[in-house]
Design a protein around this ligand. Structure first.
Ligand code: TXE
Length: 479
């Protein structure tokens, strides 16, 4: 990787601005690298390069040939797994074992979509007897990918591996807050045999490079993962050219615990679902709805678990690392100050290790109880290790509370009653429901995405692949 450069047509180039941005280590608040400050001109170059690649035949290559290249990308990722994990861990501030998991997941996306590249099928449709009608799926052409900082490798993998497998050429705008792992990948992807222009990286600020990519008339599709506010801007920009958009905008996902649940199984999973990546996870289980009959017991058990949680530098590989940046820490503290002002009860909290470097953005995990459903802590995405608990009285009440936010991404249901589990799952307004588990370990194969303000479109699984294709109907009249 060449620091401070953009990667276009398989080569490192100086950004048009000639400027760079500082990369801060969230564990100590100090600069440790610099990246390019790419902007509109670089995006222009990257989109043109991707178009040339697409027109030169990448999208017309046999699916199995694209798949073989993607499989080689997977091998390169695994060859460099530890190096990538160390980079991701430091850049994002995530504990090393979580970063290792992210590397493995990124490799799995390339493996999964490599294998699927030659299985993109159409259908034949019943129509008038003198016709044979068929559908074929084609790549869009040039796809734009705006990646956030919380899971750069995983979100890159789920979006870009699928787009490439479908035959698109990609322009990636990674996050200015954490993107070093992706810049490392650039060269290895070229070495794996991706043709020049199939993958282009333009790091830079969201308002510059990101906005330029979203508004570019030369892209055919854009996928975005980030905040609802920025998602609106991206969708507005894309609408000017009628480009399709996939939006994944986070959530306020509920964990619903019925009194008959296996609490020994549920409690550690509930803790992990809000503490993993310091709560900076789109699918974090950040609301806890517990049936009145076991509310006190669940809070007692969770309280004990929260008090044991330790926060430390990414490298220390503790329960929780720092938050990504100073403004994210301020945002989380703002929510907690509000909770305190409004008299919400703090059941328990974790502890920052005494040897955590000064200047890091550390936030202890916090468990709050009796949070009213209308309170901001029960409505808005905190994106920090904060769990808001409330009691419910009945199955209907649980469903009402679970659906009572503007988000709808993921939900967890904990019960030993199979009928109730499925009844509740069917009534929840969200994109994924986990019964007696949460997250299913990432689930590369499992379609993922939201409803309401959590966004629209699906990534992961075969649906994720199909969402990077457009459908053509061919009607043949043969008499
Ligand atoms: O997000 P942004 P931020 C949520 C989470 C967090 C909040 C703010 O609640 O606290 O968003 O985080 C690029 N045009 N999530 O400010 O701005 C930007 O460069 C085009 C949830 O970091 O949405 C980065 O690459 N692009 C989430 C990406 O958008 C623009 C993950 C995300 O940044 C742009 C991250 C613009 N005008 C935050 N402005 C999830 N769903 O997992 C910024 N960007």
């Amino acid at each position: 990787m060449e620091a401070g450069r953009v990667f276009i047509e398989n080569s490192w180039q100086s950004p048009a601005s000639g400027r760079t941005l500082s990369v801060i280590d969230p564990s100590d608040g100090r600069e440790f690298a610099r990246i390019a400050r790419g902007g509109a001109e670089d995006i222009e170059g990257a989109v043109e390069a991707a178009r040339r690649c697409f027109d030169a035949g990448w999208g017309r290559l046999a699916g199995f040939e694209r798949g073989r290249v993607l499989m080689k990308v997977r091998e390169r990722i695994l060859d460099h797994a530890e190096e990538l994990a160390l980079t991701e861990s430091r850049d994002c501030g995530k504990p090393l074992r979580q970063a290792r998991n992210d590397v493995a997941a990124c490799a799995r996306y390339f493996e999964f979509y490599a294998g699927a590249a030659d299985k993109i099928e159409g259908r034949t449709l019943p129509y008038a007897p003198e016709f044979t009608v068929l559908t074929i799926r084609e790549p869009y052409g040039v796809t734009g990918h705006i990646i956030p900082w919380n899971y750069p490798l995983q979100i890159f993998g789920r979006s870009v591996a699928a787009a490439l497998a479908a035959g698109n050429a990609c322009v990636v705008k990674p996050s200015e807050d954490a993107c070093l792992s992706l810049l490392h990948l650039a060269e290895w992807m070229a070495e794996a045999g991706l043709p020049s222009g199939a993958i282009n990286f333009v790091p830079g600020l969201g308002v510059e490079a990101g906005a330029a990519l979203a508004a570019h008339p030369g892209i055919d599709h854009i996928s975005f993962t980030g905040s609802p506010q920025t998602g609106t801007r991206v969708a507005q920009a894309a609408a000017m050219h009628h480009h399709p958009v996939t939006l994944e905008l986070g959530g306020k996902s509920p964990q619903i615990v019925f009194a008959d649940a296996d609490l020994d199984a549920a409690v550690p999973v509930i803790v992990n679902a809000v503490v993993q990546n310091a709560g900076q996870t789109c699918s974090a289980g950040s609301r806890l709805l517990v049936e009145r009959g076991c509310y006190d017991e669940v809070l007692e058990r969770l309280g004990a678990a929260f008090s044991r949680l330790r926060v430390a530098s990414a490298h220390a590989d503790s329960d929780c690392g720092p938050l990504i940046r100073r403004s994210q820490l301020d945002r989380v503290r703002g929510f907690l100050d509000e909770a305190e002002r409004d008299g919400l009860v703090r059941v328990a909290q974790g502890q920052v290790e005494t040897d955590a470097p000064a200047g890091g953005y550390y936030q202890v995990p916090v468990l709050l109880r009796d949070v009213p459903v209308g309170h901001r802590l029960a409505q808005e995405e905190v994106f920090g290790p904060v769990l808001a608990a409330m009691a419910f009285e009945s199955e209907d009440d649980a469903v009402r509370l679970a659906n009572a936010t503007r988000f709808g991404l993921v939900a967890g249901v904990w019960t030993r009653d199979g009928g109730r589990a499925l009844r509740v799952a069917r009534r929840l307004r969200c994109g994924q429901v986990f019964i007696n588990n949460y997250g299913a370990g990432g689930g590369v194969e499992l379609p993922f995405g939201g409803v309401k303000s959590s966004g629209h479109g699906r990534e992961k699984g075969i649906e994720g692949l199909l969402s990077f294709t457009t459908l053509k109907t061919i009607a043949i009249r043969h008499g």
